[in-house]
Structures are given as C-alpha cells and as structure tokens.
Design a protein around this ligand. Structure first.
Ligand SMILES: [Zn+2]
Length: 403
C-alpha cells in the first residue's frame, strides 16, 4: 500500500483535539482512530500493538540483526480545532501544473500566496474542498511511518528494533504528558511532523509564560489627585518597558520575542499574559529578568506589589540535548541522501513534542511529512512527497551505520 492510500482513510476520522476538555485524550474521536491504527498494526505483523488508558498507541518490530540501534518513529493523531476537520472532501490534482488551483468552495490555492507550491509541480497534489482541514498535520506522518513499517516487514532487510508511537493532543500542547519513554524502548526517535521534504528540525525555542497582576487603588476621580493608581494603566506602562521591536510581528529566524497574549482589567486590578521565546538559553533567561525588572520599576514608582510577575518555563530548546547525540542527526541526513534528497536544518519558531521528549531522555528531532499550509483550509500534500518520506524512513531504519 502507498502512504497516501492510508492517509486518505485516516483523514476521514474527526480527531480535532480540544483544549477546553480536561480528559486525555481530550476528544473521543482520537480513540476511534487509535483503535483503528492498533488493528492495522496487528494485521501488519506488529504483534504488540496496543493503546493505553490515555489513548497513546504503541507497537514495536523486533530486531532481526545485531548492531542496530532501537529507533523510534512518532506522529500525532489529533488535528487543530480552529478549522473544521470534517466532513472532508479531498481531490487529487494529478500532474499539478504549478498554477492556481480552484477549490470546490470557490477559494483559490494560489502560488502567488503560497510559493512552496512551485516545488510540487509535476506531482499529484492532494487538496481539500476549501471548507475543512486536510489533516496532513499529522496523519501524513502516521501514514508514512506505517507504510515504512509495512515495507520493512515485507523486505526481509536486516534492521534493529523499531518502536512506533502515536500520540493524542499534540496540538493542545499535551502530546507528551503521558508518553511512556521507558516502555517505548527506543534509544532515540524522530517525530514525523514537519513540512518540507528534506527538513531536519532539532532547534526550537526556549519558552516561558508570564502572568503579571497589577494592583491599583480606586478613588473617586473627582478627588483622585495624588491618590488614585489605575491598574489598567500600570499594565500599559509595564508593556512600554519591554523592547517594542522584540515582538513576534517584528522578528524571525533566531530572533526571540515577548508576546502580549492578553490584557484585561480596570482601575483596581489588571492582568496581562505574556509568552517569551528565544532559541538562545542565556538570552531567554535575560528576557525573564527584563520582565522582572519592569515589574520592580513599577513597584518602585508606585507601591510595592503594584506589579506581581509570575513566570513558568514551558519547554526548552532541544539543541542542547541533540548536540550530545550528533549521530541521530547524521542518520537522518544519510537517510535523506540515500533517497536522493539534500537535507537541510531549520530552526523551529515554536516547540515540538520532540523537544519535550528529548528532555525526558529520548533524543528526538523532527522530520518532514511533505505537507504544507498546516492548520488551515489550504493545507495540501503531494502523493510523491509522501512516497519519498516513506522511503526516507525505510532508509533510516535499515541503515547499518550512523555516519
Ligand atoms: Zn503537527
């Protein structure tokens, strides 16, 4: 079976995760897909395929030869809920001509808006009807992993232990909350959750969130002189103490930022929510200090506790872990090259499940799926890119050396 044939089945399942729900998985649709995947894995010969109480799907293929590492392949089952996930009507644009594609909804998938389309010219492009997500993020990853496993089992090629994991709730940041690293049994792993074929992602942001509470003093405005402290204005003053050029809308590449996510309040009390991001760990720590200093400045100017800043680290840049395991990256590069693809590294301006897993003891860079325009109605993926990634994964598992 080819990867896209599997993929076209998986996208019929509504697996949108939902941040508002406290259960794991957050939505029952993920369990339905999980059960289907377990059945498929068992049928394929992955005899220990199972789903645990949290909806995580695991399975492994025993080694057939010595001298190979135990390699994990991981993808997530959920999709974002910002755009409808179903009903999905897809269409395959065969031998794509590189021009504008009109979707059933009347929307246009236009190379002028999405220049990456040019690289899909001559391929068969799977597109949505313009009303729903495609779900290539990350069902394409699941399809490519299982197709590579199927090929491996049929090939008779010598290989090491292969560990497969499909996780729920990645899109709401909970994809590794219950991941069983010890039970998974891999020496290292790869998430298959990126976009452009050839990419190896092993650098992500260091991330923290901050809640700043502002306490004011309400007095009748007619007799407020020298007495009133307006908490809503404290929130604005606090923000003015942060570098205005270091916001998401002004930064890219390796540039970090402060992002004001929300602000609410009135005279007595106000509250601001920020996230801070930086690839560089020391600059990241400096950013946190800048926020604490801004709060201190407010407190000195008004009264102690006018601004109370609480900070929580969310995740760290996996680069510091990956630097200790260069062979994991070399293996991925070699697998791309064996497929005739030149690998490239891009810094992720966000986090990945692989980053969290790396800090949980499982080094885990991220590889491509071939998908593009994730999280929207213009999401698409080329059939041949899915075949190529399947091939890459096959080489990853069967390569004798890490060089
Ligand atoms: Zn994803």
């Amino acid at each position: 079976m080819r990867a896209h044939e599997r993929f076209l089945r998986y996208i019929q399942f509504d697996t949108a995760s939902n941040e508002a729900r406290g259960t794991c998985p957050s939505t029952p649709g993920q369990l339905v897909l999980g059960r289907t995947l377990v059945r498929e894995m068992l049928d394929m010969g992955i005899h220990d395929a199972r789903m645990d109480e949290f909806g995580y799907v695991y399975g492994s293929i025993p080694a057939t030869a010595e001298g190979f590492p135990a390699i994990g392949l991981i993808a997530h089952m959920d999709t974002v809920d910002d755009v409808p996930a179903v009903p999905i009507h897809v269409r395959i644009v065969e031998n794509y001509d590189g021009k504008m594609v009109r979707l059933e909804s009347g929307d246009q998938l236009d190379p002028a808006d999405f220049p990456e389309l040019a690289r899909r010219t001559g391929k068969d492009l799977i597109v949505t009807d313009g009303n729903a997500l495609l779900g290539a993020d990350d069902k394409a990853g699941i399809a490519e992993i299982l197709t590579a496993c199927e090929r491996l089992l049929a090939s008779g090629a010598p290989h090491g232990k292969v560990c497969v994991g499909f996780t729920p709730d990645e899109e709401i940041g909970r994809g590794t909350d219950h991941f069983d690293v010890a039970g998974f049994g891999a020496d290292f792993a790869y998430t298959v959750d990126g976009d452009e074929v050839g990419s190896i992602e092993y650098e992500n942001f260091n991330a923290a969130s901050a809640v700043v509470e502002f306490h004011g003093r309400s007095v009748h405005p007619g007799s407020a002189k020298g007495k009133l402290i307006n908490a809503a204005l404290l929130a604005m003053e606090f923000d003015s103490l942060l570098p205005a050029a270091e916001r998401p809308e002004h930064t890219d590449g390796y540039e970090g930022f402060y992002h004001l996510c929300s602000v609410s309040g009135e005279t007595e009390h106000a509250r601001s929510l920020y996230i801070l991001r930086d690839h560089d760990r020391s600059k990241f720590e400096e950013r946190k200090q800048t926020m604490f200093r801004a709060a201190e400045a407010i407190n000195e100017k008004y009264s102690p506790d006018s601004a109370v800043c609480r900070m929580k680290d969310s995740y760290y840049n996996m680069r510091e872990i990956m630097e200790k395991y260069p062979h994991v990256l070399r293996r991925a590069e070699a697998a791309y090259r064996a497929t005739g693809i030149e690998p490239f590294a891009t810094p992720i301006r966000g986090g990945t499940d692989g980053a969290r897993l790396s800090f949980m003891g499982l080094p885990c860079p991220n590889l491509a799926t071939g998908g593009m325009n994730a999280h929207g109605r213009f999401e698409c993926i080329a059939v041949q890119d899915m075949d190529a990634m399947t091939e890459v994964l096959y080489h990853l598992l069967t390569s004798r050396s890490d060089a």
